[in-house]
Design a protein around this ligand. Sequence first.
Ligand code: KG4
Ligand code: ZN
Length: 376
Amino acid sequence: MIILGFESSCDETGVALACTERGLLAHALHSQIAMHGEYGGVVPELASRDHIRRVVPLTRQVLDGAGLSWRDLGAVAYTAGPGLGGALLVGASVAQSVAWAHGLPTLGIHHLEGHLLSPLLAEPQPTFPFLALLVSGGHTQIMKVSGVGEYELLGETLDDAAGEAFDKTAKLMGLPYPGGPALAALAEQGDEHAVQLPRPMLHSHDYDFSFSGLKTAVLTRMRQLTAAAAHERETASHDGIAMVPPSTADTAAAAWTVPLQARADLAAATQAAIVDVLVAKAVRALKDEGLTRLVVAGGVGANKRLRRKLQDALASVHNAEVFFPPLEFCTDNGAMIAFAAALRINAGKAQFNTDHAFTVRPRWPLDQIEASAELF
Ligand code: KG4
Ligand code: ZN
């Protein structure tokens, strides 16, 4: 069966075709990053409107790309949550409309299930059971995955998600949205040992995380660096050199008064702190659960240091292997939604909706996935 899948939970419009026998057939994506970049973060109303503009051309693109027509489709899948309410409604209503027009059933997919199963899009595929480290902009979770639809939450963040920690600290350093890739790039020029930052909950006897203390430490450090830069400017002007201080009214402008090297050192130290905690907890959970396969999913899974450090840490664990989704499928995309639907169908766990009444769930814990299935 061929499934058309839509992803529109946040700032990426993704459309894809997956087949229950042949896997992913085609996918197309439009990222709204440039549009939201101007505002320093996602503007939900703009996101919804842009999804509306993009979704139909992207759908044509995947059908043409795969050489398929509406008649070839067997079902339509869409991200039913969690995410931005308005943005989710665009994908859901387009999916229902297509399904109604062509007499097809629909399948509401959990966004995190899409991420969780996305490493199965690559070869070699991890086999069940595996441990999943889910690190996205909205979530940081360690899950035990025993099969499709069998997810056990072992630990999660108590405050900010790892991606959020990257994004918020990057903003403090004057970097553009989304902060994760920008901070990682700046960190390459920095010395992680130049600044000491906390590694919250590193030694707690659980698999939970907390990143808000790290954000406060970075804020404090940036304030010190900004004050030192202002002091230097003042000293320079006393020496007779006329200097016009840049406006420090907003964070980015203030951050730009700090020398690049000092910001690069702070970026390197921040990335090291986030990665250290993620690696330590994931590896401990893997050992405690007696598992050997670790799967990393979500946008932060694109981080090169995280990939390298996990590989290094697992090299000393007997038989352990780590699996990452292909880079293009780390951040949000339609492929993971169509593909998760195909896996559910193959596993006999697809609850199809044929009456085209639907709802979306902006908040939807992954461990309630089965209980909520009848809603879609
Ligand atoms: O999974 P995703 O696309 O969206 C959500 O479902 O949240 O993840 C986006 C997050 C953002 O916080 C972004 O800054 C982060 O992933 N990210 C990265 C990198 N690439 C994306 N964080 C660190 N290093 C990266 N290379
Ligand atoms: Zn995501």
